[in-house]
Design a protein around this ligand. Structure first.
Ligand code: CO
Length: 210
């Protein structure tokens, strides 16, 4: 059996397990999507949003990219954010990074990764912004870990720069923004930051008519 055939077979047994527990499982799920959470995470295969948070299909709206960055010219991310916030009215947006992130490692390695270089510039910008703090750390591993944390915090801050979040805060007092980091070695999610609706926005990023 090819590896991909195994996935299709596993799907069949998953469907069976679900239906054994609740014969209407898929009927119910197909009717409505009403998640409370938008997850912006890394594409890394070891950080699947649902499994690590113990959530079920229907509970988390998900966007993933390399190194969980919120790039304000990324139409894909902005479309997901817009739909999640304006239509689904999620209560929480979580940016989740993870220690050992290959994207962050690649950025600080200064290697030439072709097309990926442009994407990794976003992480290098976070480094530049926090160079004083990061350069004080002597241990290379701790340096990388701290950059991973600061990257999450900066991406949460980037969310505040969107008119999507600013409008939703004014209109619905939603969503709360969260920054988390996941440990590949222990499976633990660490809470790094939380920003409540109405939080201060740097004036230059604050739309005056929103
Ligand atoms: Co990663």
């Amino acid at each position: 059996m090819s590896p991909y055939e195994k996935l299709l077979l596993q799907n069949k047994s998953w469907v069976k397990d679900r239906l054994d527990l609740d014969p209407d499982y898929f009927k119910k799920l197909a009717k409505i999507q009403n998640p409370d959470f938008l997850w912006i995470g890394c594409s890394d295969s070891r950080v699947p949003a649902n499994q690590i948070t113990g959530t079920e299909p229907g509970e988390v709206f998900v966007h993933r990219n390399i190194a969980n960055v919120v790039v304000l010219t990324d139409l894909n991310m902005l479309s997901v954010l817009s739909y999640a916030v304006e239509q689904l009215k999620v209560k929480h947006v979580v940016v989740c990074g993870h220690y050992g992130c290959g994207g962050v490692k690649a950025a600080i390695s200064r290697g030439d990764f072709g097309l990926l270089n442009k994407w990794l510039t976003n992480i290098k910008d976070v480094y530049r912004l926090h160079a004083d703090e990061i350069n004080k750390i002597e241990d290379e591993q701790q340096k990388e870990d701290r950059l991973i944390e600061l990257n999450v915090i900066e991406q949460v801050r980037n969310l505040k720069k969107t008119n999507i979040i600013q409008k939703a805060w004014k209109k619905d007092q939603l969503p709360t923004l969260h920054g988390w980091v996941y440990g590949l070695k222990d499976g633990i999610l660490k809470d790094l930051c939380k920003i409540l609706p109405g939080d201060d926005i740097d004036p230059i990023f604050s739309f005056k008519d929103v």
